[in-house]
Write a new protein. Structure first.
Lengths: 331, 263
């Protein structure tokens, strides 16, 4: 029986977010495998323009769910509106971004629809006639294959794994408009605070020396700065946990809730490489990872892996470089 | 720190903090992984508990219950919770099953909590081991509570009926919300600095009886997912591992930097 894969578009301030096109890429792969059709859903108060864009870029049917109370995202309204939309339908899969918004409403939606929920999905496998979805566990050190047991499955897809696609087929998909009147009675949106931290120093740097929890109590922080100093146009960065612990200001944080950087060189010192951190620096041209743990996830994305204790190794590197400078002078 | 007894009439806010017991992953000498007996509080839940304790200190007339789900060893996280200052510990006793699925876990906690009239339920935004971020918002929906995830700031209004929160989005941008209580919040790291348990508190904790509820009494919903396999991910880049002594590796690394023009 053909059942539909729904993609819930994410948008902000009138713009369709990049994750929406990544969701399309995922849905296409899944749809091709299961021979299920794809439909889009977009919710909000001013969505006609965006609905047209999606229909034009994908050729798929777009359900534009209009709520005048939804001028800004609200998990309460999303869950109630989607429950109403899906009433009587039997969606096979509902694809949502694994983003701050998507992970906010997807679990509650699963409870309402009596659906299964799998988050941070990076792919799927159809081996042995059993569909399973792949996600990372244990700070990225292992993958788990999760098989749903429900008729409807809600999937939050990890950003940055699927390449965004737009087709622009010769004829755009049809747009179906739905109107709903729902009020959020007991939650009140009060506005946005832009980030107070200045991360300009990070985004402009060509070389980044980043420190993670391997720093220990922080005595080695001086060496991190000295290492950064030997490179031109460099900056010191940190993983979230180092900033949470107060060793670096949050303006140095690289990761999903911090800065996204793409320098020429990223030296990750004592960083395990959680998905949240990798998402902020995986576009780096050349990654060097220094870690005592050979199985740390960062080692899988590094171009050069050094299995050493950063607090002892970094001073050695600085020494070697300084000596080579004085050797040059002698000649 | 001292322990205050509040009569039922005086309590204006009941807070529940859900804490997951996490096993430490260790390596044997041959390089294989194993889970040690070292149980600790999920780091993210520690921030949630600290937030609850700070709310109690600010507002007064508040009780903080710590709850955990797991086998006998899970009580260690409750003892630490009480050591940090929670008033009571609640242990939902259930055999270890790391992959029972977030729906199942949320269901069991909801069964316990549904008739306890909690005003505020806090948990960490995700667990260290499974990193799903689902149990919190599922629990909120099951209990029909207003819910906000990835909360980085909380402030209870003086009338004890509304909470102001800021949610953290990508790039550090924040959303500001006011939610009517009862509410469930999942707490992001960095929201506060979790305290160390005081020795006197830990002694009280070791003597204090926890409320223990056998998991069977909470029912067992149909499983919504099953984990069929786990594996180590493949390498994503054609990276090389430097060999030799530490000094040799340092030399090799500087050579690479020079050759590639970084230095």
């Amino acid at each position: 029986m053909k059942r539909t894969i729904y993609v819930i578009a994410e948008h902000d301030d009138g713009n369709i977010s990049r994750i929406t096109w990544e969701l399309f890429a995922f849905a296409k792969e899944l749809g091709d495998k299961k021979a299920f059709p794809i439909e889009f859903l977009i919710l909000g108060d001013d969505i006609n323009g965006m609905a047209k864009d999606i229909a034009g870029a994908t050729g798929k049917k777009v359900n534009a769910v209009h709520l005048s109370s939804l001028n800004y995202y609200s998990s309460q309204l999303y869950i109630s509106a989607l429950e109403a939309f899906f009433l009587g339908l039997k969606p096979a899969f509902i694809c949502i971004g694994h983003t701050a918004r998507g992970t906010d409403f997807a679990p509650g939606l699963g409870v309402r629809l009596k659906a299964g929920n799998i988050t941070a999905v990076r792919g799927f496998s159809d081996d042995e006639e059993r569909l399973s979805f792949i996600r990372l566990i244990e700070n990225g050190r292992r993958m788990a294959y999760v098989s749903p047991l429900t008729d409807t499955v809600i999937l939050n897809i990890q950003p940055g794994v699927y390449k965004p696609i737009k087709y622009f087929p010769s004829s755009p998909g049809p747009i179906f408009k739905h109107h709903m009147e729902l009020e959020s009675e007991s939650t009140c949106f009060k506005g946005i605070k832009p980030t107070g931290r200045s991360t300009r120093g990070l985004t402009e740097a060509e070389v980044m020396v980043a420190v993670g929890n391997g720093i220990g109590e922080g005595e080695g922080l001086d060496h991190i700065y000295r290492l950064a100093d030997i490179f031109p146009k460099s900056a010191v960065a940190g993983s979230r946990i180092v900033c949470d612990r107060g060793l670096l200001a949050y303006g140095h944080q690289v990761g999903i809730t911090g800065a996204t950087v793409s320098p020429s060189l990223y030296i990750a010192c004592g960083i395990s490489g959680s998905s949240q951190h990798l998402a902020g620096m995986s576009d780096t041209e050349f990654i060097v990872a220094i870690n005592t743990d050979a199985d740390a996830p960062i080692m899988k994305v590094a171009d050069v892996c050094v299995q050493e204790d950063m607090t002892e190794f970094i001073p050695m590197v600085i020494d070697v470089f300084t000596k080579s400078l004085s050797n040059d002078k002698e000649e | 720190m001292y322990w205050i007894y509040l009569s039922k009439r005086e309590v204006k806010m009941k807070i529940l903090v859900c804490i997951k017991p996490v096993k430490k992953q260790e390596k044997r000498e041959d390089g294989s992984d194993f889970y040690s007996e070292d149980i600790h509080m999920n780091r993210f839940d520690e921030y949630a508990l600290e937030e609850a304790l700070q709310i109690r200190e600010t507002m007064g007339k508040t009780t903080v219950d710590a709850l955990t789900l797991g086998p006998k060893y899970a009580e260690q996280v409750l003892k630490r919770g009480i050591g940090m200052g929670a008033d009571r510990g609640i242990h939902l006793l259930k055999e270890d099953d790391p992959f029972r699925g977030p729906y199942y876990t949320a269901f069991l906690i909801a069964e316990y909590a549904k008739d306890k009239s909690y005003d505020l339920i806090l948990s960490g935004v995700m667990s260290e081991d499974l990193m799903q971020g689902q149990v919190g918002p599922m629990l909120g929906e099951m209990l029909s509570m207003n819910c906000a995830t990835a909360v980085i700031t909380t402030r209870i209004f003086s009338n004890f009926s509304t909470v102001y929160v800021e949610r953290e989005l990508e790039g550090g941008v924040r959303e500001k919300w006011e939610l009517t209580l009862p509410a469930l919040l999942t707490i992001q790291t960095g929201v506060n600095r979790p305290r160390y348990p005081a020795l006197s508190q830990l002694l009280r904790a070791s003597n204090q009886k926890m409320e223990v509820i056998k998991g069977e009494r909470l029912g067992s919903p149909l499983a919504r997912q099953v984990v069929t396999n786990t594996a180590v991910p493949d390498k994503q880049r054609r990276g090389s591992t430097l060999q030799g002594s530490s000094e040799e590796k340092a030399e090799a690394l500087v050579k690479i930097f020079l050759e590639k023009g970084f230095l």
